[in-house]
Design a protein around this ligand. Sequence first.
Ligand code: HDD
Length: 696
Amino acid sequence: MNKKHKAGREKQGSAQSDARASKGGETHQQATGDRTILTTNQGVAISDNQNSLKAGGRGPTLLEDFILREKITHFDHERIPERIVHARGSGAHGYFQPYQSMKHVTKANFLSDPSVQTPVFVRFSTVAGGAGSVDLPRDVRGFAVKFYTQEGNYDLVGNNIPVFFIQDAIKFPDLIHSVKMEADRGYPQAGSAHDTFWDFVSLMPESLHMIMWAMSDRTLPRSLRMMEGFGVNTFRLVNDAGESNFVKFHWRPILGTSAVTWDEAVKISGADPDFHRRDLYEAIEAGAFPEFELAFQVLDQKMADDYRFDILDATKLIPEEVVPLQVVGKMVLNRNPDNFFAETEQVAFCPSHVVPGIDFSEDPLLQGRLFSYLDTQLSRLGTPNFHQIPVNAPKCPFANLQRDAKMQMMVPKGRANYEPNSIDPSAPRESHSYGFQTTPIPLEGTKVRLRAESFADHYSQARMFYRSMSLHEQKHMQKALTFELGKVDIPEIRRKMLGHLDVIDPDLGTIVAEELGMTGEAIRATPTVPHVELPPSLALRMIGKYPPTLKGRKVGVLLAPGFDVEVMQQLVKAIEAESATAALIGTKVGGVQDGAGTKQPVDMALNASPSVLFDAVAVLAGTEGDRALTENPDAVTFLRDALRHLKSIGLSGATSVANRAEVSGLGVTNFAGAKDGISTFINFARGGRVWERDSD
Ligand code: HDD
């Protein structure tokens, strides 16, 4: 053996010496004391995890190396098929607790007793992108909640938008094929701005209402903690007396809703592709637990019959002004997953997971979903035993006579694996009193492939949504449509879309046509039924719906040499008093010298912290530091972008860089100049954006 290589081998081996395995009859647990010894999956202690088994130090690797083969084989199979939709997701544990008993409408135990906390696991997701895609494409967000109730698991698998693109599940594969990366070229990743998606939409007017939502600020959430959630489909609630009502489920974020602008989304995607995942994780780690209130819209059969639209049509919503929301309880997300794969990736949601007291409607989209999710878990997780994975397992006792299948973790005892049986009196039996009872709904009809006429109006609610928006929100929608259609190569598709927009709102159609340079080129769309004028619903807006707050938001404080440390301390205190976070940014991550010459620590470096990552910003500098910032393009862009994105901006000694960036106007506060400068800055920051500055 070559001497040099032998020496190398021994050096590495000696580093492991204290983790050596059993000697002289000791088990490896005994040998290690409190140290965990590395073993194979068969429990055999490993003596060397640095080198594979070779014929000589430089010789070929031997097939006999069962330790190498076990490790590599396991690694080779680490990935499982990603979800066909909603592949990119972030999860959290928490609990749900009702404010009051909802017994009068549902017998579901977890909604009946205000003293009961039900554990939950939540997974937020984007729809179109792969598991490794960025957090901020323009996309719908999934909002799926698994309630581990004492009567079994209940999954509320919703989105952050209350309506859906299609009415019948048979169109789902077409919709998803059209929005995902194109079949031949494999792009774009996680984006709807391409020909196949808009081709599909232009041919499927039922998607237009959802398109209005998708082009609104709802699809660019500032944080997963600041989104509303919706069950989308109509479900039923059933009480002890067997009375059933229809219900729409809503989630309301305690922090209110916030969105980023498209320009911010594009820049954040580069600066921090994990923006949402990080934000959720950090908030929970910091003890700022995200909270959401669950609310119901309950309708009896008569209200449903009288409603202008069919409650079985998932492309329609019921405005809060028509059926008010009843707030039912609160969900608190207070624990991050211990392991991303084991929990967030392996969690399996199915709308068919319901508990007594909750039942389905005949919504044809929901009916298809009841099949699809169970089916997809079989392909993703590979076995009908996916319910045994800890994140999926009920937390109440469960027992039946289903047996075997891949990855069976349980060891059932006895001979009785069928029912009825007389040989095991303790074997599980059905229970008429506790068991799930399907609501008896009389059905009649002819077997047909048909879309009900009551589903035919595709334009009225699309128009209502657009007309309900504030002017700022309408502008964002116009721009989104112009951007998305601008990325469509085939002019015919753009022209068809312009025709639909003309029906939804002629002004919207005109503006988008102008912006595309296609005035007068729309292909007329002819609705099958005339649309109706609906009153606007202000509850559909994001701007102004929730009280202004800085709670849960992040303020970026850029420090340059010579800054006034007292101002910094007062500012940080004021930010924290709002239950917001102050992020200290330095031109160098190693720290920045304050005015007294003391080096102060910072959280992050300017070149990795553009102002798009923050809800408001401040720049604190001494004379030298201010001068240096004027020469630093990152600092100038930091301020310019904050101005462009209508953020509250605070300045202390940073006059030159502010001048260089041409930063002035409402919401730009000089701490030295203004009386109560810091509180003025905070006041503007609470408002989210200084809309008055929107010159556009
Ligand atoms: Fe779906 C996943 C929400 C219609 C088929 N869907 C999935 C997830 C959410 C939704 C949040 C991710 C769950 C997770 O985090 O694991 N889907 C919706 C909503 C819909 C909807 C709100 C309309 C009301 N979905 C829908 C239809 C079908 C599917 C019509 C098929 C007929 N959805 C699936 C799926 C997925 C899924 C393929 C992929 C991964 C999974 O189920 O577990 O089965």
